[in-house]
Design a binder for this molecule. Structure first.
Ligand SMILES: NC(=O)CC[C@H](N)C(=O)O
Length: 209
């Protein structure tokens, strides 16, 4: 489509590799020319321009984030403006409120309320087209695997795509989250949007210094 893939080659994006579909995120970043940096310990966070929290099992990823002592540092970096993108379990880990799972160790940086497994169990996983307000009503194909739902969003949260009454892709300042899995499709739009958010937060950071 005439896109210059090298436009993101200066960006180093940490991909949390504790559990889940991190490899697909790294592959997507590679397609867009950005560098994927595996994050498995707190030292790996040094020098990254953004971070991706993949889909998987939020209870497992949350526990490992806590037990491997990555959680407090990463949480602070995101609160201080590091661009963060979470898909599915990643969205759950970013949510301030998780219905019925108050004690789930998580980042809790985004002003949204989510419910885990909102559409049922693994066998109820489904694919559908959703409406993307952000891309002016163009369709976005959403793969939902034991997906959470976003039930409420705070004032500072923009809804970028929705499915029926539910927001499925949201942004709050330096954070974006979705309940589906764009990394499992050929469509690079959501990752490109994220890399633009990374670029913006990097520029804001540069202005501060
Ligand atoms: N595909 C996914 O990331 C599923 C999320 C999972 N149901 C959880 O609660 O963590």
């Amino acid at each position: 489509m005439g896109r210059n893939v090298n436009m993101y080659e200066d960006l180093k994006i940490g991909v949390l590799e504790l559990q889940g579909d991190f490899a697909e995120h790294s592959a997507m970043l590679g397609r867009l020319g950005a560098h994927a940096v595996p994050i498995r310990s707190v030292e790996h966070l040094v020098g990254i321009d953004g971070v991706i929290i993949p889909g998987g099992e939020s209870t497992t990823i949350g526990k490992l984030l806590r037990d491997w002592d990555i959680l407090p540092t990463l949480k602070k970096m995101i609160a201080d403006g590091l661009a963060c993108f979470g898909t599915c379990a990643g969205c759950i880990l970013m949510a301030k409120d998780v219905t019925g799972y108050d004690t789930l160790p998580r980042l809790g940086t985004m002003d949204v309320t989510v419910t885990r497994n909102a559409y049922g169990s693994q066998v109820d996983s489904f694919e559908t087209d959703v409406l993307s307000e952000f891309w002016k009503g163009e369709k976005l194909h959403a793969i939902n695997i034991r997906a959470p739902s976003i039930d409420a969003v705070g004032e500072g949260v923009q809804i970028l795509a929705s499915f029926g009454e539910k927001a499925v892709l949201v942004r709050e300042n330096n954070m974006i989250a979705c309940t589906f899995h764009p990394e499992l499709t050929d469509d690079t739009r959501v990752h490109e949007l994220y890399l633009e958010v990374v670029r913006e937060s990097k520029n804001t950071e540069a202005l501060k210094n």
